[in-house]
Write a new protein. Structure first.
Length: 111
């Protein structure tokens, strides 16, 4: 019940007992209980309305984020796909040392 300790509740009970008397105390306790219940119900409704009101702006922000990041995600996907492409498909194979003759001279240019 909030920040009230058991000692504080006991003091409140005795003050209420002295002020209201033993005959009116049960009715007063019922009324306080109903009031607390109503306040909690109203508080829950208010919190629910606030959450619902925040949903639409949050969805719009998420959509804007997705729209901004989409080109970057597409570029990253294309880059990842190009990295996966085998090198043999991109460049012709380099001549090996055994195909070059003695290995000291560069191969003759194709003319």
């Amino acid at each position: 019940m909030g920040n009230l300790g058991s000692g504080e509740l006991l003091v409140i009970f005795f003050v209420a007992l002295v002020v209201l008397g033993p005959k009116r105390l049960p009715d007063a306790a019922r009324q306080v209980g109903r009031a607390v219940h109503e306040i909690r119900r109203m508080s829950g409704g208010f919190q629910r309305e606030i959450r619902e009101a925040m949903q639409e702006p949050m969805r719009a922000a998420e959509q804007a984020k997705a729209d901004i990041l989409d080109p970057f995600n597409q570029a990253a996907s294309a880059a990842a796909d190009s990295i996966k492409t085998p090198l043999s498909d991109i460049d012709p194979p380099m001549p090996s040392a055994s195909n070059r003759g003695d290995g000291d001279e560069p191969p003759a240019p194709d003319a």
